[in-house]
Ligand binder design. Structure first.
Ligand code: FE2
Length: 742
């Protein structure tokens, strides 16, 4: 039954939603619900439906349009739009599709996020298939040829019974042809009531698979889109025709969706889509939860994985993008604390997966601590297994988290980025790390949605979804025993690169810079680790197009280094990223380790434009290590014995080898509590109005385009060639599909 608010909302939206139940309307009539969109005005979203995948939903021309955004791993290429509070076990869903793209389907028994049955018309394969989705697995249960299909098509999937469930799919086309497929299945997660819905599939130029034409380039999704040259091509008429093909292959439109059952409709319980431990705080941490529907969130906290006698922390109602954040306390240094989210709406509950983290030693306590720091990955290879095996307390990934701006043109939207970050946090390849580690995520340019991001060229979708789902504040500080850690943001407030290189020109913005200088000076930790996404070293000006502390912003670097040399106690260590070859600079008291990239295949932007980049750098004064062919992460292990604190920084290579190690020792401070009080509970909280560049930011105008993909190189022709080859491949597939169809 529709409630009053839904009736009002649907009437206001012009969508015909009809719901009736025997007793009040037609005696003995089964419950049914229909969403017909013919009279609806154009606008975002579909009344009565929800979707948390990488997709755009809108009403357009009397059709419900489902635009699938990305087939780049770990994004789910098949977004599901499900009808909320229309749950049934036995019944059917029927959808009339006026446009199918590469796939269009109907869904039953969506029992939770990514658990459902579907009947899918696969246009390119000329087949009707019945599938079972259970987590990351998609199993085909039945298939029948569906040739010479004419649009529009009417797809139906019926479910009945339990253990096993009987499934029957039909497809009726505009020419009167019909196709059917049937299956039985007893998967335990799908033997109960679930939501009905529809789906389609993203088919972009940027799939996550080895490219047969350009195998050395690995994940070809990086090439065409996430660089200025690729964007210029995409915006050209030829590029727009490529986008049109992507849109055509990735979009399904439905004129109406009809649900029928002998059951009573049940409300949809909320599902936990992602649950992540975030920035560590005083004897605790921040935790992040994302759900598929607005929900009340409580966090159960326990000393063991069995959650016996848990205590509860209220995280309140989900907000923007169905995300909630809570602060957990009560952690003991060196011991794991377990937590899980309990989410509820309309009297229904769901429970999220168990997560744990180890309590960090208090500031200046001698207990051991292990941090991993890295930047830039376009794929998820064995280096992540090595990272998990090292079992860090905290993993700082400071930027270019799988390059969301390269995931496809239809994903460059508010809903697209929200889906990208949810899928990132649910990535099975990094689950072993995220399940038991504090994950501190920082943004570099591509996470803001644009190469060479600065304060004047940001995209709206690079801001709000991240703030809700990944990290509340753009920059952070936390204490971990003998180490204080700063995680900086160098894009949000960054002066455009064409301004003169003076102290007014900044990567940090006035407020963050003042906070960094003040808290560095106040810190009594023997070691200060500054995680700076952008490079620092004076060995070589890196990335000249958009600049950083190593070039173009050197006045701010000198100001910071002068401050460190004269006002900061202990030893300061910089860990940087952004530029895609790993190096160590160690000279005149300045130490910078750049474990970057974490995982980008070669040849990449650096080695294509300068095959001797690392060798050249290695010959420069102060450079202690350089490697441009393999990925790395930094492992920082610190603690104290007696009155001596130590910090060992190791660069772990993608094959697991500890390729470089440097050990530092410092005395423990006599007065660890000395100095002025530091900010808050160990995190740099977001300054008010932080989306506006801080006052005092200098410079004007926009960064120049042209030049160098990613960080500085010249494989423009390769980028365009990649686009052209990928486009040709896609067009060939489409042509082949049309041939088969015809
Ligand atoms: Fe990068």
């Amino acid at each position: 039954m529709l409630n009053r608010r839904e009736l009002f909302a649907s009437a206001a939206a012009g969508v015909v939603l009809s719901g009736w139940r025997g007793a009040a309307a037609v005696a003995d009539a089964p419950p049914a619900w229909r969403a017909a969109f013919a009279a609806a005005p154009d606008g975002p979203g579909w009344p009565g439906f929800a979707c948390v995948d990488v997709a755009n939903l809108r009403i357009q021309g009397g059709q419900a349009v489902l635009e699938a955004g990305s087939d780049v791993f770990p994004n789910d290429p098949r977004p599901v739009a499900f009808a909320v509070d229309r749950r049934f076990r036995d019944g059917s869903v029927t959808a009339r599709a006026t446009r199918t793209g590469s796939e269009a389907g109907v869904v039953v028994r969506r029992t939770s996020h990514r658990h459902y049955y579907a009947a899918i018309y696969r246009q390119e394969e000329a087949a009707l298939v019945v599938v079972r989705r259970s987590g990351a697995a998609l199993k085909e249960l039945a298939r029948t040829p569906a040739v010479a299909v004419r649009l529009p098509v009417t797809l139906t999937l019926e479910s009945s019974g339990s253990a096993p469930t009987r499934l029957r799919a039909t497809l009726a086309d505009a020419g009167g042809a019909g196709f059917a497929a049937a299956a039985t299945d007893g998967h335990p997660s799908l033997q109960a009531a679930g939501d009905p819905g529809v789906l389609t599939r993203a088919t972009t130029l940027f799939p996550s698979e080895r490219n047969e034409v350009l195998p050395p380039l690995g994940n070809v999704h990086l090439l065409p889109y996430g660089v200025q040259e690729g964007n210029a091509f995409i915006e050209s008429p030829a590029g727009q025709s490529v986008v049109d093909v992507i849109r055509d292959r990735s979009t399904a439109s439905f004129s109406d969706i009809h649900v029928q059952t002998d059951d009573s409709f049940a409300p949809t319980p909320p599902s936990v889509v992602a649950a992540t431990t975030g920035v560590p705080g005083e004897r605790g941490t921040t935790v992040h939860v994302a759900t598929d529907l607005p929900a009340r969130v409580a966090i159960e906290v326990a000393d063991g994985p069995g959650f016996r006698n848990p205590r509860r922390v209220d995280a309140g109602q989900t907000g923007d993008f169905e995300a909630a954040v809570a602060e957990l306390a009560g952690a003991t240094a060196g011991r794991p604390l377990y937590w899980r989210a309990v989410v509820s709406r309309r009297g229904k509950r769901g429970t999220g997966p168990a997560r744990s983290f180890r309590g960090l030693p208090e500031a200046n306590a001698s207990g051991p601590v292990k941090l991993a720091v890295a930047a830039c990955a376009s794929q998820f290879g064995p280096v992540f297994d090595h990272l998990a095996r090292r079992n860090p307390d905290v993993f700082v990934w400071q930027g270019d988290l799988n390059y969301p701006d390269t995931h496809g043109p239809l994903a460059q939207s508010m809903a697209g980025y929200a889906g990208i970050w949810r899928d990132f946090l649910a990535n099975p390849r990094i689950a072993p790390v995220l399940e038991r580690t504090c994950f501190v995520a920082g943004r570099d340019d591509h996470d803001y949605g644009v190469q060479d991001a600065h304060s004047r060229n940001q995209k709206p979708f690079g801001l709000r979804p991240w703030d809700a789902l990944m990290a509340r504040a753009p920059y952070h500080r936390f204490s971990a025993g003998v180490v204080d850690v700063w995680v900086l943001d160098q894009r949000l407030f960054k002066t455009p690169p064409d301004a003169p290189d003076t102290e007014a020109k900044t990567l940090l913005g006035a407020r963050q810079r003042a906070w960094l200088l003040r808290t560095l000076e106040a810190s009594r930790a023997p070691f200060k680790v500054i995680c700076s996404p952008c490079t620092l070293s004076a060995a070589k000006p890196e990335n000249p197009r958009d600049g950083n502390w190593s070039g173009g912003y050197t006045a701010e670097r000198e100001l910071l280094l002068r401050h460190v040399a004269t006002k900061v106690t202990g030893r300061t260590v910089f860990v940087t990223g952004d530029t895609h070859y790993t190096m160590v600079y160690d000279r005149d008291g300045v130490f910078e380790a750049r474990p970057c990239p974490l995982d980008i295949p070669v040849p990449n932007d650096i080695t294509l434009s300068d095959p001797r980049a690392a060798a050249t750098l290695a010959g420069r004064p102060g450079v202690a290590y350089a490697d441009d062919t393999r990925g790395h992460f930094a492992l920082i292990e610190a603690g104290a014995e007696g009155r001596r604190a130590h910090l060992e920084l190791t660069l772990v290579r993608q094959d697991g080898v500890a390729a470089y190690t440097k050990r530092f020792e410092e005395p423990l401070p006599a007065d660890p509590a000395g100095g002025e009080p530091q900010d808050g509970p160990g995190t740099g909280r977001a300054p008010a109005g932080r989306r506006t560049p801080a006052s005092g930011d200098a410079g004007a105008g926009r960064g120049r385009g042209g030049g160098l993909p990613f960080t500085g190189g010249r494989p423009v022709a390769l980028a365009l060639a990649g686009t052209a080859v990928a486009a040709a491949g896609l067009l060939a597939r489409v042509a082949a599909a049309r041939y088969r169809r015809g």
